[in-house]
Structures are given as C-alpha cells and as structure tokens.
Design a protein around this ligand. Sequence first.
Ligand code: GLA
Ligand code: ZN
Length: 661
Amino acid sequence: MSLLPKIPHVLYGGDYNPEQWPEEVWEEDVRLMREAGVNIVTVGVFSWALLEPRPGEYVFDWLDRLLELLHANGIHADLATATASPPPWLAKLDPESLPVTREGVRLWPGSRQHYCPSSVTYADAARALVEQLAARYGKHPAVALWHVNNEYGCHVPACYCDQCAAHFRHWLQERYGSLDAFNEAWGTAFWSQRYGDWDEIQPPRAAPAFRNPSQEIDWQRFCSDALLELFLMERAVLERDAPGTPITTNFMSFFKPVDYWKWARHVDLVADDEYPDPAEPSSAVDFSASCDLMRSLGSRAGWVLMEQAVSAVNWLTPNVPKHPGKMRLGSYQALARGAEGILFFQWRASQFGAEQFVSAMVPHAGTSTRSWREVVQLGGELAQLDSVLGTQVEADVALLFDWESWWALEVPGKPSPNLLLPDQIKRWYRAFWEQNIAVDFAHPEADLSRYRLVVAPNLYLLTDDAASNLERFVDGGSTAAFSFFSGIVDSRGHVRLGGYPAPLRKLLGIVVTEFWPLPDDEPCSIVLGEQRYACEHWRDWIELEGAEVVGTFADGWLEGRPAVTRNGGAWYVGTRPNPGATAELVRRLATEAKVASSVAAPPGVEAVRRSADGRSLLFLLNHGSQEASVEIAGEQLDLLSGAKHSGRVVLDPFGVAVLTT
Ligand code: GLA
Ligand code: ZN
C-alpha cells in the first residue's frame, strides 16, 4: 500500500519549474525523468504570476500542455496551489497585503512569501486561484497530490501589521471570552499592563524591555494558527472542488514558528523539507531526528521527504557540496526512518533567479556528471523497493516534544540564556542514535502506552493533562526521565507553585528549591557510578523527598548534592550532562526499561528496522569514510546489491545495505 493511490511505488522526483525554460527543454526533461526513474514532480509552486498575469485573468494553456506531457510519459504531478509567492500586482493593488516586521518595516515584492497572513486581499486572491486550479485539474489523471502553498512561515513566520493586530485580538477573544480572563492569563497586574479594552492589545512589537512572556507565547500560538487558517481555507476549496486527491503541504523539520502537531491533523500525508549541512558533522544525526519527528507527526503511517538537495544549497556559509555517495546515504536514512518517497529541490538547476546556485537533479553541467549518475542510480534502486511500502519503524522510546513548551522556554528572561530546546533534544537524541535505539517523538499529552521509556528534555511548559498522563505512564510500570527546568510553567506561562517542578514533584520524589545556572567558563562535573563526567549550563538544588540518588555534583557550591535521581521509574537529571554522561544515562534507562538496539553495529553505522506483516527490512547505513563490518544473524539478502550475506556484512564508505531474510 502506498501513500498515493496513483503511485504504488516509492515516490521519486523533485520540484519542477518548467516555466523557467522554453518548451523544447520540457521534452528533454521528461526523457531524463524517465531515465532517472522519476514518478512524481512538484509543479507550479512559484507560478502564480504566470497563471494569473493580471487580477482575475487566468492563463492555463502552458500548464495544460505540461500536465499532458507528464501524463503521456507516466509521470505524476504533485500540483501546487501556487499561493506561496503572490504576483507583483497584488502588492500594487493593496500594499497592506505585504507583511510588516516586529520593528515596523514593510517587506516588499522582489523575493517571495511577501504576504501578510491576515490580509483579506491575499486570502481572497489565493482562494480564487485555488478554485480555478481545482476546477481545471481536479480530475486530471496526472495529478496525484495537491501541494498547498509552500513551507508556511519560512521567511515570514509572523507579521506585525495592523490587520494582524486586529486578527490577534479576535483570536484572543475566542480563546479567553472575557477581558478579565484574558488579563488574568497574561498576568497583566505586572508592570502596569492591565488592558481595559480589547483594542488596546498589540502584537509583541518592538518594545523597550522584556515583553510579557504570556503575550509572547499566545502570539506564537496565534501566528501558527493564522497560517493554519490559510492552509485550511485552501484545503476546503480542494476538498469541495477536487475531491479524492490527497492534500499536503511541506513542513520544515524542527521549525519553531509552526506547531506541526496541530497541523499534522489536517494533512493527508506528512511531507518535509530537509537540508542538512554537508559541512556540519552532526547534521546526519540531526537529520535522523527530523525524519523521526516526521514519522511521528504522520502517526507512523509514512511520510515523504518532499525536498532535499542533490548536493549544495546557496544559503549556508559556505555552501559545501555533498561528497559522492552522501546524497544516496541521506536518502536511505529517510527511507529507513519511514519515508515513502524521496524528492528533491529541484529537478533542473535554474539559470537565473535567486537560486541559481542551488544544486539540482539536472545540474548546470548537464548529465555527464557524477551527481546525475547518482540521481539515476538512486532512482533505479528505489524502483526495486516496493517491498518497503507500508512497513513501520517500531520504537519503544519516545522523546517528548511540544512546540508550545519550546516557545515558552525560549522567551527571554530565564535563569540562563543557554536554554535552547533543539540543543537539549539533540543531546538526548544523539545518545539513542549512537546506540541504534529507535525513537519516536511524542506530544506530552499523547497516548504513550505503546512506549516503554519516555524522555522529556526541558519540558518547561507542562499542562495538568500532560502531568497526569506521565504519572499514569510511570504508574503503569514504564520508565520516564525528565531533564532540568521541566514542569515549570502552565499553559499560560505562569510558574507552577509548590516547589519545582510542582506537577512532577510527587512522581519524582524530589523538590528543586533553587536554580544554579552556570557561567560558561565555570567547570561543573557529576559523578555517576565510579565515573566523573563534565556537565554544562545548569545545576539544580535538589532536596530528596523519597527519591534515591543516582549521581551527585562533584564540584562547586553544590558538591555532594544530588544531580541525578530516581524514584522508581521516574528519573530526574538536574543538569545538562556531557555527551558521555548522556550516553551512560541512556544505557541505564534502556536497560531499566528493557529497550534494545536494532542491531549491534560499530560506531558511525546507523541501523534501523522497518517491518510489517512478517516482512522485516534492516537498513544499515555507514556514515564513516572507511569500510565498516556489521555482524548479522544468519543469511540475509541485500535488496540493493542482490548479494547474500552470511554472518556479517561489509559496508562501503558511506555505503548502505537493506537486508531481509
Ligand atoms: C526550500 C524551498 C524551495 C527552495 C529550497 C532551496 O526548501 O521550498 O523552494 O527555495 O528551499 O534550498
Ligand atoms: Zn499582517
């Protein structure tokens, strides 16, 4: 079973922008697409100005010809609604449709995504365009998927204009009902911030000092919701006028401005854009984390890597290409972690425009290139991997992750400026990755019953529901570990009184009475068992209330005091342990929770299993530039090479094997 009924194979393709090329080139494009095994291309993402050159005047003949050509060649379309970059006429018609920054600067056309999410002019024009597209192409045999807008919030996550201010007030009225409830939630008794009328409320525009944290959290919620409203508006048109075709939009990994837990409920499949920096050694691990997040967002039903680079992009410093083999390796990483399609940005490298130097499936230098050969090789391999479709990654561990808590944590004015959630998540994630233990991400209020172990890094904002969910989880015999500065505030951003972390105090059998954040240059270490490890950023002053001590601070003012505790299945880590200590804690937690690695593999070899209905595929991915040897059980077939291996498999540098018995 595939995610797209029209394409019963692993999806393979990329963003295709044929409007940048004369039509003669299209013929060559489809010929090369077939050579590369491409079965789907995303078209029309930035075509609004061509589809509607003047207000209300639509031109579809070129798109008609393109879709026919694709169809005649057996290639499907992920048809974009083209609303991500409005034509210049929209700004001329209504300059207020343009977004405004926190400092009050208006952003003008000439790039992309220059629209205010609250602009009625923008929304009306977008709706009209989507209605045209849905009516014209809703039943087109080439159209396998709708691609709404593009990367919502990418460049303009928030607009601070007056229309957005009014929209925000409306959103607040819906959320709080009365001004009193609203004032209470925002804690406006502080710094003379009490509002006497809804119209006095503003977005968090540039201000003299720290802004109200409750205002900041609600603003982030609102901004994510305002974009979601636009998505749902387009989705409703497509459902009404072009029913039956799946609808998605492309997410961007751990993208702070948009709450993908909330959004994921409204897409028919999760699609994601990923650009790990080839120059950054840790990017392979972070990429796996993103893939796991996407799988988790998609309720484990499968997701699609909608965009990745064949080689370099043009927005890093510098833009390093992917070493031969690494594009293939990254593609299999995504596939191993549940992807059902591998797509790129973009098909043919642009000759002009701001992305001239972004790599593509067909590079400027053409097809006598190593990168083209890698594209063709990968397409050929994926075409043989139908057996992957529908298989699942079964994880016994979940990392708890919540956008609202992320927003709240990173509002300035905290005990330490070093509390960046992605850093905390990545430190824990890497320890599981290195031990080849499969991990899902989960919302703290989600049903956790399928997991044996959950880890909550810096889960700063914790609702009552989440707290009782976690209590139930541990009471049921499972293991949970919380890192410092978790369970500190409620959903309004108010501190939960009664000793930190108040809602978890009983569960953890401890109370934290004071925070002792560390200056960057102050050494800090803990002792775990016989071993001493460095730690950073933070120390908690922990008083025991039934918990036992697992590790202690080994220096400084807190020397000898508890640093790591456990109370039955509930563990607490009152500092940020270095990678070695985190790995040791993960080993202990995994043993405790009876969670196993997919396979024992040497360092740098990633091992992930996908399985279903008796089928089991073991993906082995060598991230090292040296050969690596992995012990395997019995005789297994490598679906990529066709070779049978017995007892062990030797992987090339950056090599991959997909093994089955
Ligand atoms: C994003 C966008 C694409 C393109 C690429 C370039 O993923 O969706 O349109 O800009 O980045 O890296
Ligand atoms: Zn606005």
